[in-house]
Design a protein around this ligand. Structure first.
Ligand code: ATP
Length: 229
């Protein structure tokens, strides 16, 4: 579904992703793991049209989407649930959800409120007053409002308490079980590898290892550097 070949990207004079190849097949959950600064988020931003590709190609459903604008990427069926949630704090839960369908008419709000009952309870409340876990649920529901075919998650567990991280992982597993194709970036490597069918390990802007989630959970290099046991 998503095919990336020879992708290079960076900021100013500095290249931070050095020609990576990456695939996400329909219905798969693919995780990108690796240390801070390895280039995972920059890769996601480039897919979503938020950071220009300097070389290489990104194809989605066989169409070249390299360097298309953000709204065109959403219209093509790719939505990102951004790092740090980025809900609109002064707007209500309902208003945030409506904005999710702005670039691409999609899901029904009722459908989302059924899926995330906590958001129904908080429907009229300003998003900025929700807990971190509730804001993550809102960010996920808002992303689903555009009815994406590929949903991209950037660090969904960041800054959340362990119990809430488990809830977020369950939510992503639930979305996957619905048939959603998922690309996930996570510092929590164990969570990512448990959720993922396949994963790529990034180091200094390159992909150094690829395998199934299960394979990488027992790979000595991954265990030593990222799973800490
Ligand atoms: P993290 O988990 O910290 O987000 P990452 O693997 O996703 O790590 P990136 O965020 O893609 O890594 O960062 C890759 C490199 O690009 C890092 O060296 C980072 O300092 C640099 N970088 C990221 N954003 C910017 C920016 N807006 N301007 C300049 N350099 C940046």
């Amino acid at each position: 579904m998503l095919e990336i070949r020879g992708l290079r990207t960076g900021y100013g004079a500095i290249e931070v992703v050095h020609g990576i190849d990456l695939d996400v097949n329909e219905g798969e959950c693919v995780a990108l793991i690796g240390a801070n600064g390895a280039g995972k988020s920059s890769t996601l931003k480039t897919i979503c049209g938020l950071l220009p590709a300097r070389d290489g190609q990104i194809r989605f459903d066989g169409h070249d989407i390299t360097n298309r604008k953000g709204h065109a990427i959403v219209q093509a069926g790719i939505t990102m649930c951004p790092e740090g949630r980025q809900v609109f704090p002064g707007m209500s839960v309902m208003q945030n959800l409506r904005l999710g369908a702005y670039a691409r008419k999609g899901a029904d709000i009722e459908e989302m409120l059924d899926m995330f009952p906590i958001l129904r309870e908080r429907a009229g409340q300003a998003a900025g007053t929700l807990s971190g876990g509730e804001q993550e649920m809102l960010a996920i529901a808002r992303a689903l409002m555009s009815r994406p075919r590929l949903c991209i998650f950037d660090e969904p567990s960041l800054g959340l308490a362990p119990k809430i991280v488990a809830e977020v992982a369950q939510t992503i597993a639930r979305i996957k079980a619905m048939g959603m194709t998922i690309l996930l970036v996570e510092q929590n490597s164990l969570m990512a590898l448990r959720l993922a069918d396949r994963a790529y390990l990034f180091e200094a802007g390159e992909i150094v290892l690829e395998g199934t989630g299960t394979e990488l959970q027992t790979h000595p290099e991954v265990v030593k550097a990222y799973l800490g046991h």
